[in-house]
Write a protein that binds this ligand. Structure first.
Ligand SMILES: *[C@@H]1O[C@H](CO)[C@@H](O)[C@H](O)[C@H]1NC(C)=O
Ligand SMILES: *[C@@H]1O[C@H](CO)[C@@H](O)[C@H](O)[C@H]1NC(C)=O
Length: 724
């Protein structure tokens, strides 16, 4: 079979493509810089501050997250009154923190997102009822926004910004992006810093997924965390709460991240929501940040914890978090929908060594107390702490009777005991385990969780599950760039490599010999065949190159990015280009990964491979056909001796045989094409319902081009291979 010269044009095109891509990548990063600056300039960071007195040095708060109050699921709001209010009446927390995704803001089929005022009214009314039935002071409730609360809110203060009118924070005029709440006791102060990192321009889902801090906000948070150290003689324990986990928080324009800031300001923990309980109920992560040594200070590493809380939406999770003389401990409870609040216990000291981050100090005076908070409607008859030794098959080592603490009251259900911690010094943070048992006046036994402790403050190893690791430990902003650009590189290679190979091999006959011979047909040969024959249809090849360039440079589609009747914006690979963002910058990176990655991986890549496959298949059919014909011609000539009629019959027979043999592959390719069409239509229809049917449907790049390319490839294979 002859190989037509590939022509200079395709080589030149390839060179152009590479130069072009280099230019493009630098352009994209410039765009990103513009975008971030644009947003940060427009936004002023404000801090709302509240101070509450604290009795003694023990305080506890309750956190709930991801309520997703929905017009289609009224039970989520009803259960706030039915389950949360009784829980709060027993627990009596100093604060109630609502960490985002207050409303669901989705339509019935959850295909499109928009703000629904009725959901906010439901929230407001439910919280009013919670206040009434639980006895918690309303000003002790702090709510911040999550991404769902920002879907389709074009700007802060717009008529769709219901957080500014219906939230509890709005009722107390606490609309700053940073909430600073401190509990002040005699010689201690506990600070809770709430940060709202939702997008300033609320793009609709699914491309609104990440927290977007600005440099100003990070600076303001640092200032707030620092001020306390300078102005207070008492010791301060700092916790930060927000909606987005660090793995779903983007870097600021200057590349700043919270991790460094938090570690520098030695916060104890960052608590958040966002990931629900879908990926695990213990999304815990110890962040270790090391600071380079300079002439003044030696190199040091600081740690803080990040604890995600499961959702209210499906699991009715609440978290009770206590700080006892600066030591943080917590308990996540799934409220049982069919029962009243189950009595529970939280050991506030010694803390669970699996969530310790205190520096080990061997010379330090060890605390000689055990403290447990018992939350129950019943009175306690007796409370006993039991210590077990895991090295000796968890045998009971010591039993300590606990007494109500000196200031015991219904407001402070604290039980307390003295012990000798020296007995429990151990190099292992897993060795000794503690569990508390209590009997109430009805003879009911309540137990705490049995967990390890370390009197010296050693940290036990906490190993995440692989799913938790994937979702909570990896920085998704970086993963997105890697996934996207590796895919684009692959496609560029797929398009350019065969042209290069053809160019090189045109000069020697080895490939042609190789292809013509039946010897040496191995995997490598098949790959070569696939690439070279696949790219031989110049029209299709050029169409694919153009399509890839288009995706890199031009808008993917037009759509209503914010509200349902808002402005029509363009989505590029580099983000949404909106008028609201100054400098003509783009918004929503890396949030649009939910659109770009599936499209690149499940439509564009398989599409290009299928087009190659179809062309290669076509060549294979032609080659086999011609070869079998030649051979059978020869045989026929030998057998029949110039009998023309007999020869014709013989050729027809082999041809039909060949067609039968090759049908398997062709069908497989056609099936793959059908799968691509399905995944494309699924993605396209998802995008249409999210950003408006008409603008998206009329955008050629995502809706039409993939189908046209596929049809063209199938058509050209069919016509060429069926031609006699
Ligand atoms: C008990 O209450 C008093 C006054 O309210 C306070 O000074 C003291 O520190 C409290 N004791 C404990 C152990 O919390
Ligand atoms: C605690 O009270 C329960 C029920 O009244 C009793 O059975 C148990 O023995 C008591 N435990 C201790 C350690 O006193």
């Amino acid at each position: 079979m002859a190989f037509p010269p590939s022509g200079l044009s395709s080589t030149a095109a390839m060179a152009n493509l590479i130069v072009f891509l280099i230019c493009l990548s630098s352009r994209t990063s410039n765009n990103l810089a513009f975008y971030f600056e644009g947003v940060s300039v427009a936004e002023a960071e404000t801090v709302s501050r509240e101070v509450f007195p604290m009795d003694g040095d023990l305080a506890w708060v309750v956190q709930i997250s991801d309520l997703h109050i929905s017009a289609y699921h009224p039970e989520r709001a009803d259960d706030l009154v039915r389950l949360l209010a009784p829980a709060l009446r027993v627990v009596r927390p100093a604060l109630l923190l609502v960490t985002g995704d207050i409303t669901d803001a989705k339509n019935r089929r959850r295909t499109s997102s928009r703000q629904d005022e009725s959901e906010w009214i439901q929230y407001k009314n439910s919280m009013d009822a919670v206040v009434k039935h639980s006895g918690i002071e309303k000003r002790r409730i702090f709510d911040i926004q999550g991404n769902h609360d920002k879907y389709g809110v074009p700007f802060v203060g717009s008529s769709l910004d219901f957080f500014s009118t219906h939230s509890i924070s709005s009722q107390f005029n606490r609309l700053g992006t940073i909430q600073s709440i401190s509990l002040e006791g005699g010689d201690r102060k506990y600070l809770f810093l709430g940060i709202d990192d939702t997008m300033s321009v609320g793009i609709r889902g699914p491309s609104n997924l990440f927290g977007h801090p600005t440099d100003e906000r990070i600076a303001a948070a640092v200032t707030e965390l620092k001020t306390l150290d300078e102005h207070l003689k008492s010791s301060v324990t700092k916790l930060v709460f927000g909606h987005f986990p660090m793995s779903f928080t983007a870097s600021s324009a200057q590349g700043e991240r919270y991790e460094t800031a938090f570690a520098k300001q030695s916060i104890s923990a960052y608590i958040c929501g966002h990931l629900h309980a879908t990926f695990g109920k213990q999304l815990w992560r110890l962040h270790t940040v090391s600071f380079p040594s300079d002439s003044m200070k030696p190199k040091r590493a600081t740690q803080f914890w990040e604890w995600e809380l499961g959702d209210w939406k499906d699991y009715r999770f609440i978290r009770i978090l206590a700080i006892d003389q600066g030591e943080v401990s917590f308990l996540d409870l799934e409220l049982n929908p069919s029962e009243k609040f189950q009595s529970s216990m939280l050991i506030t000291y010694p803390t669970d060594s699996r969530i310790n981050n205190r520096a080990v100090d061997h010379d330090k005076h060890l605390r000689n107390d055990i403290n447990v908070l018992v939350f129950s409607v019943q009175e306690m008859v007796n409370v006993t702490a039991k210590i077990f030794d895991s090295r000796r098959d968890f045998c009971l080592v010591e039993e300590i009777t606990m007494q109500p603490a000196p200031n015991y009251s219904i407001n402070k259900p604290l039980f307390h005991a003295k012990w000798n911690p020296e007995n429990y010094r151990s190099v292992s943070a897993h060795r000794y385990w503690l569990q508390v048992f209590a009997f109430d006046s009805e003879g009911e036994m309540i137990t705490s969780i049995r967990r390890p402790f370390s009197v010296e403050g050693r940290a036990a190893h906490f190993s995440p599950t692989w799913l938790a690791y994937l979702i909570f430990y990896l920085q998704w902003e970086n993963i997105y760039s890697i996934l996207l650009w590796s895919n684009i590189c692959f496609l560029v290679l797929l398009l350019s490599l065969p042209k290069l190979l053809t160019h090189l091999m045109k000069r020697n006959a080895s490939y042609q010999n190789w292809a013509a011979s039946t010897e040496g047909r191995n995997l490598l040969f098949n790959v070569f065949w696939f690439l070279i024959e696949g790219s031989r249809n110049t029209k299709l090849w050029a169409a694919m190159v153009t399509f890839l360039l288009y995706l890199l440079m031009f808008p993917w589609f037009w759509g209503r990015a914010t509200s349902e009747d808002g402005e029509i914006s363009e989505m590029y690979l580099s983000g949404w280009r909106m008028e609201a963002s100054t400098d003509g910058g783009t918004l929503g990176v890396p949030d649009l990964m939910t659109i770009t990655l599936p499209f690149m991986y499940f439509v564009v890549t398989p599409l290009f491979l299928a087009v190659y496959g179809l062309s290669a298949e076509m060549s294979a059919i032609c080659l086999r056909l011609s070869r079998t014909t030649e051979r059978s011609d020869l045989q026929a000539l030998l057998v029949s001796g110039q009998n023309g009629a007999h020869l014709g019959w013989h050729v027809e027979k082999t041809r039909s045989l060949v067609c039968k043999r090759l049908r398997g592959w062709s069908w497989a390719l056609l099936l793959i094409c059908a799968v691509i069409v399905c995944s494309h239509s699924k993605l396209a229809s998802g995008t249409m319902s999210a950003y408006g049917t008409r603008p998206v449907a009329l955008s050629p790049a995502v809706s039409l081009v993939p189908l046209l390319l596929l049809v063209a490839a199938v058509y050209s294979m069919m016509t060429k291979s069926l031609r006699p």
